[in-house]
Design a protein around this ligand. Structure first.
Ligand SMILES: [Zn+2]
Length: 191
């Protein structure tokens, strides 16, 4: 059953992980390279606008940042925040959006190559690179979190399971648009 469409007046903030290839960011599930600026979702399976209810298309993002250790132990995973707008399908732990833009990247604890790559990626994307603990605060300069009351309940038996691909959405929302503010706040970058 689908609820009525609530309207969100600003961009919505979500969190993702990417794989670093040099200073390029690639999606983990789909072989898509993210680029500076607006990403717009397309459906590979059917002829409809993405995201569609009951499909798997759209740009994926979680409501909360991934656990800080999740990417730290790997040489190439990077966590970050995106602003999403347009049509948005809400799931228990995350959403699928129509348009998205990277707004901040999280720096690893470690110094070295990975940190340098993330700083260079942030520079190429013209976004802030901040310590993981500050990712949410940095992201909230660009939009709002989906309120808890709007999130569909988690009906899976194992709630401690890491969030994976979301189940089919039961609620859809419309976010009016990215407020047009520059995501670039170079001065915010923390060394
Ligand atoms: Zn689709």
């Amino acid at each position: 059953m689908e609820a009525a469409a609530p309207d969100l007046v600003t961009a919505v903030i979500g969190f993702r992980q990417w794989r670093l290839h040099g200073v390029e960011l690639w999606s983990l599930l789909a072989m898509d390279r993210w680029r500076r600026g607006v990403q717009t979702a397309h459906c590979d399976r059917r002829d409809h606008d993405a995201p569609a209810n009951g499909c798997t298309c759209g740009i994926y993002a979680w409501y909360a940042p991934p656990p800080r250790g999740a990417s730290a132990a790997t040489p190439d995973l990077v966590a970050g925040a995106v602003a999403l707008w347009g049509q948005i399908e809400l799931h228990a732990h995350g959403m699928r959006g129509q348009h998205a833009m990277v707004v901040a990247l999280a720096l690893p604890y470690s110094w070295g190559d990975k940190r340098r790559s993330i700083l260079a990626a942030a520079d190429a994307f013209d976004v802030a690179a901040v310590p993981a603990r500050k990712l949410k605060a940095a992201a909230l300069e660009h939009g709002e979190l989906i309120p808890r009351r709007m999130r569909p309940p988690d009906t899976t038996p194992n709630k401690r399971k890491a969030p994976g691909e979301p189940a089919p959405a039961r609620l859809r929302a419309v976010a009016d648009g990215y407020p047009g503010r520059s995501p670039a706040r170079r001065g915010d970058a923390v060394p």
